[in-house]
Design a protein around this ligand. Structure first.
Ligand SMILES: *[C@@H]1O[C@H](CO)[C@@H](O)[C@H](O)[C@H]1NC(C)=O
Ligand SMILES: *[C@@H]1O[C@H](CO)[C@@H](O)[C@H](O)[C@H]1NC(C)=O
Ligand SMILES: *[C@@H]1O[C@H](CO)[C@@H](O)[C@H](O)[C@H]1NC(C)=O
Ligand SMILES: *[C@@H]1O[C@H](CO)[C@@H](O)[C@H](O)[C@H]1NC(C)=O
Ligand SMILES: *[C@@H]1O[C@H](CO)[C@@H](O)[C@H](O)[C@H]1NC(C)=O
Length: 773
């Protein structure tokens, strides 16, 4: 099934073709209800010119006080901005509404934002939090000596305090993002309203985690919609969901929330905590008693046991999503009932969770910002971290170090941005269960808390931004464009991960993106693959070299060991042969791999324009000595570099092996190999990628196979899942010494053969920024 995966920004042509190089206007804006009609007209008569006028107004009115901001249209160093000037504030508000939001591509599963094409450099300025009147007031709750059990006097105390609810309707009126998200949440709540309460389903080792997150997602939407309408039908619907998830037909009375898989327990506890706290005045005393009793019996009491017995393995400095999710759920539950329950369990748990998360969860980003599991697991972990930090901040006035005990934690926002390609994530390793209530909206909180407005600006465009947390984490004073000044490349060097992210644009859905990793094959909470050297490649709005993702989590011993002979490493999707890397002797890589990397970048950054003029010599490369990942070799090195102004990619492997060698890449494309055997055309939809083996060693030819195990592989406990539609592009060679140079030429629209370069052959050790000019 070489299905039609291309689509992101598909309405536009390539930046590298002739004629109008970017999207047509029809891919430009969507606007909130109030401005819809007018903007549709604008789109027809030319968006960019009008943007200049409007941005002039926004910049003049709001950014005037930022001396560091770009000067176009600004009123210099005036420090007044629009503060205290209702007329200016209202003109800023209407300007923001008229600009609106960017559209989301709905013609593919990627659901990526579509940025308008414009060379108008006044339109999108440096990311900043403007000194604006249009943001939250100061929190009236400012305890001088905060403690985890000393809570805000009024409800809600979790994440969305009263003063924010009071301000929100006004902010919604003046901010197109809040306006759009609010409408989506109402729509989602209405959709969930009409569904039956979530049905109990125990999914093997994954337990009832999907159930828990779905209940939490619904309760957030119901409670939000109630507080925005005062229509008690939302309270009744919430009660139905609570009664279901705490009732006799749900699970087993002795351990309803499946404390054996404590993530489930924690997420249910969080869901009940939100319902209890946000709808507090709506519940009768009997209902409150009942919610508390359910939460204590099935959530908080099992939580105490996790800390006081050997049950809670995740409490032992586990730097991953388990520590974040479990501590966060127990914290929300405890904060919710503090003062109402007299048993002392909430106080007891807060004494455990807060210090425990500082040692575990807060350390789950390593010093380069990479999440210590995988790019998908970042969603679960960072959501837990953000919820716990935000709940503590709102309920008690302090995050107790959760946001800053690890001085590198903020870099996790950089990690997420660079792990995001034009089509999708660099999704190495396990992908995790369904996300439901786990989103990337921690970026919105982190943007505000760490003063990194680009995190907020990046995430506010994403399709998962519309949910209740964003409404309260978003600082509407944010202004500018995340891409203005954003370097196109970033290298992550911690020994654990060692990876590179290189691209041709932040805003063109057709951009070239290559990400490649070395790193360790252990120490990743058993969510990794044996994948040193693995890469993904995006171009032309589609993914050409991709990942297979998780195997079935219910497969025996899937998580039980990461040792060399572990059953995990017998499943195709986790084995080295299931990765886009070098395979030696059809055998798995060494779990003790300790590669070394080098890299450089021309340092090209995107400017304020969404139209990039990339200099011919703009490049980046990353090389790795991955010898230690293999058995039976003298040396294996891999290098990846961008060529020809980021229009082409070279992957070079230098191998000296005493065993047979395979170069492997997994693709959804239809592969057609030329008679010579040394070049291939990959096709996905109407897009093409030419792949050529330069200076082929004797006998080196491309072949293909299905993405299935070798007959000689050790038998896994259960059969692999199929990988339908996936073809493996292979170069097979006997033992020997080789230099394999594979050149990737995406067929940009309007390009011809003469637009592509054939690079010189340069040993990896001699690569430099100038070596391929
Ligand atoms: C939130 O969205 C709903 C549904 O579209 C709408 O009725 C309501 O007016 C919105 N709230 C505000 C404050 O605009
Ligand atoms: C919420 O509504 C939006 C807009 O209709 C939709 O795209 C999205 O899939 C819904 N989310 C869920 C989880 O149903
Ligand atoms: C809902 O009720 C609260 C408390 O009485 C009030 O402050 C708020 O304005 C009401 N909201 C709406 C949308 O009617
Ligand atoms: C195939 O396409 C799916 C859907 O976009 C993607 O998740 C997967 O990673 C792709 N597989 C490969 C091998 O590119
Ligand atoms: C690589 O670099 C070495 C040391 O600088 C030099 O002696 C050699 O000629 C270079 N080789 C190539 C092919 O550029």
């Amino acid at each position: 099934m070489a299905a039609n995966y291309n689509a992101v920004g598909a309405a536009g042509s390539s930046p590298y073709g002739s004629g109008d190089p970017y999207y047509n206007e029809s891919t430009g804006f969507i606007t909130p209800q109030t401005a819809k009609k007018r903007t549709n007209n604008w789109v027809k008569i030319g968006v960019p010119v009008l943007i200049i006028v409007i941005i002039g107004a926004v910049v003049g009115g709001v950014l005037g006080s930022r001396s560091s901001s770009k000067s176009e249209g600004s009123k210099g160093s005036s420090s007044s901005g629009s503060k205290g000037d209702p007329a200016a504030a209202s003109s800023v508000a209407s300007a923001k509404l008229e600009i609106g939001r960017f559209a989301t591509a709905t013609n593919s599963e990627y659901l990526m934002p579509i940025y308008p094409s414009t060379t108008n450099t006044a339109a999108f300025t440096s990311p900043t939090f403007a000194k604006s009147a249009l943001t939250w007031p100061k929190d009236p709750f400012q305890p001088s000596n905060p403690g985890p059990t000393k809570v805000r006097p009024e409800r809600p105390r979790l994440i969305a305090p009263q003063y924010k609810w009071q301000t929100l309707p006004n902010l919604i009126k003046s901010d197109p993002y809040l306006q759009g998200w609010n409408a989506t949440i109402f729509g989602n709540a209405t959709q969930y309203y009409n569904l039956q309460p979530v049905k109990y389903f125990l999914d093997g080792d994954s337990g009832i985690l999907d159930n828990a997150r779905e209940v939490k997602m619904r309760i957030k939407a119901f409670a939000y919609t109630f507080l925005m309408t005062n229509d008690t039908k939302w309270v009744d619907r919430t009660w139905a969901e609570l009664q279901n998830a705490g009732g006799p037909q749900f699970g087993h009375d002795d351990d309803k929330w499946n404390s054996k898989h404590f993530l489930d327990t924690a997420e249910f506890t969080a869901a009940f905590a939100i319902a209890y706290d946000w709808l507090y005045p709506q519940w009768s005393d009997a209902q409150k008693t009942s919610i508390r009793a359910t939460m204590i019996k099935y959530g908080l009491q099992p939580g105490v046991e996790q800390f006081t017995t050997s049950a809670g393995w995740w409490k032992n400095k586990i730097t991953g999503n388990w520590n974040c999710v479990c501590n966060s759920g127990l914290t929300l539950g405890s904060l919710a009932i503090l003062g109402d329950d007299t048993s002392g369990i909430a106080e007891q748990l807060l004494g455990y969770t807060v210090p425990n998360a500082l040692e575990g969860c807060a350390q789950a980003t390593v010093d380069d910002g990479t999440w210590a599991e995988t790019a998908n697991y970042w969603y679960f972990g960072s959501t837990g971290h953000a919820e716990m930090s935000s709940a503590l901040l709102t309920a008690t006035g302090s995050h107790f170090g959760l946001l800053d005990v690890n001085s590198n934690f903020y870099k996790t926002g950089i990690y997420h941005m660079y792990a995001s390609g034009p089509t999708s994530l660099f999704d190495y390793g396990d992908h995790g269960p369904n996300k439901f209530s786990a989103t990337a909206n921690s970026m919105i909180l982190y943007g505000d808390q760490y003063n990194h407005p680009e995190f907020t600006l990046f995430q506010r465009e994403q399709h998962d931004a519309a949910e209740p947390w964003s409404m309260f984490w978003y600082n509407p004073a944010v202004s500018g464009a995340f891409w203005d000044g954003a370097p196109l490349d970033h290298f992550f060097d911690n020994d654990l991960d060692q990876w590179a992210s290189m691209r041709s644009s932040w805003t063109d859905g057709n951009a070239l993106y290559v990400a490649v990793k070395a790193g360790k094959n252990d120490g990743l909470q058993t969510h990794n693959d044996l994948d040193v050297g693995d890469f993904v490649l995006d171009a032309l709005g589609t993914r050409w070299a991709g990942e297979l993702g998780s195997a079935d989590y219910r497969s025996p011993n899937y998580f039980s060991s990461g040792a060399q002979d572990a059953d995990r490493w017998k499943y195709y999707r986790k084995m080295t042969e299931g990765q886009n890397t070098i395979l030696i002797n059809k055998a798995n890589q060494n779990v003790l791999a300790a590669p070394t990397v080098k890299h450089a970048s021309s340092g090209t950054s995107q400017g304020s324009s969404t139209v990039l003029d990339i200099p011919k010599d703009s490049t980046a490369y990353w090389t790795a000595d991955i010898t230690s990942a293999y058995f039976g070799v003298s040396s294996v090195k891999r290098g990846v570099r961008l060529l020809n102004g980021r229009k082409q990619v070279l992957i070079q492997d230098e191998i000296a092996s005493q065993q047979e060698v395979q170069w492997r890449m997994h693709t959804n494309a239809t592969v057609s190999i030329a008679d010579s055997g040394t070049s291939a055309t990959l096709t996905i939809g109407d897009k093409k990628l030419e792949v050529a083996l330069l200076s082929p060693p004797d006998g080196a030819k491309f072949t293909t196979s299905d993405a299935v195990r070798f007959l000689s592989d050790p038998t896994p406990p259960v059969a692999d899942q199929p990988n339908p539609g996936v073809t493996v592009l292979i170069i097979s060679l006997p033992a020997g010494t080789y230099n394999l140079q594979v050149l990737f030429n995406p067929q940009w629209s309007g390009s011809s053969a003469s637009d592509f370069v054939t690079p010189p052959s340069v040993p990896l050790d001699n690569w430099s920024l100038d070596s391929h000019k």
